[in-house]
Design a protein around this ligand. Sequence first.
Ligand code: 13P
Ligand code: SF4
Length: 289
Amino acid sequence: MKKEKDVIILAHNYQIEEVQDTADFLGDSLGLSIEASKVKEKVILFCGVHFMAETAAILAPDKTVLTPDPGAGCPMADMITGKEMREWKEANPGLEAVCYVNTTAEVKAECDICCTSSNALEVVESLKGDKVLFAPDKNLAAYVARHSSKKIIPWDGYCYVHNNILPRHIQEEKRLHPAAEVWVHPECRPEVIELADKVFSTGGMVKEAQKTEKKEAIIGTEIDMITRLKRVNPAISYYPAKSNAVCSNMKKINMAKILRSLENMVFEVKVPGEIAQRAKKAIERMIAV
Ligand code: 13P
Ligand code: SF4
């Protein structure tokens, strides 16, 4: 049906195993955005959360973008609205605002440049000013601030999946697996990042699994990242930092809903023209970095 209806399935690295098996392309937020901007198929069936499908719709305006479940959102993306971003910028005249890709199209339309977890530092460094606004993830902001000479003013948002991974979880896994390297996502708390050997986007973890000589790794991110890493390098033993680090919205996508999408060509994700145009500028400025 996928071939018959000229559909490509893009899926995020946190999707469940059978969705990963079905996808034509698996990636992190940056990889998926870039892929969406160059697909040949008429329809993109996007298996991830809503802001990711929106980003695909913005970058591929002549394609039909479908989500298997329009209710699969990202609570962190909902921690700032377009109005709040506009008011924050007005209250800080002259400062540029960086917005994490985990935001709605309305927020992207109000910011100056987007970033993802794999390029946040480069994006911040590319700006002229020595002070920047950064929304919505305070943990990613703290990670960037630690490596940048610029002053980062964070919004008070966070991802509950990553924020609930605590230092004691890492310490316990390190005690059980002393030879393992610790890889964490930059959405984790600074105290957790402090205990990590390496900090990666989900795409960065995939690259690391392809090239590392290590035989064991403790993974500080959403649980199905381990499903993804096992596909890439099954010779490594992966231990979750926290076995119930589950993004319930990512898990809303399943095979029955994918089939429903293919059969009925639902649910279309559309971004209103004027918002899409302004959001696209911020995303393209990021891709250019
Ligand atoms: P990545 O861009 O690293 O895949 O992260 C997306 C995300 O939502 C992490 O929680
Ligand atoms: Fe959002 Fe966190 Fe889920 Fe990523 S893991 S989609 S940031 S809630």
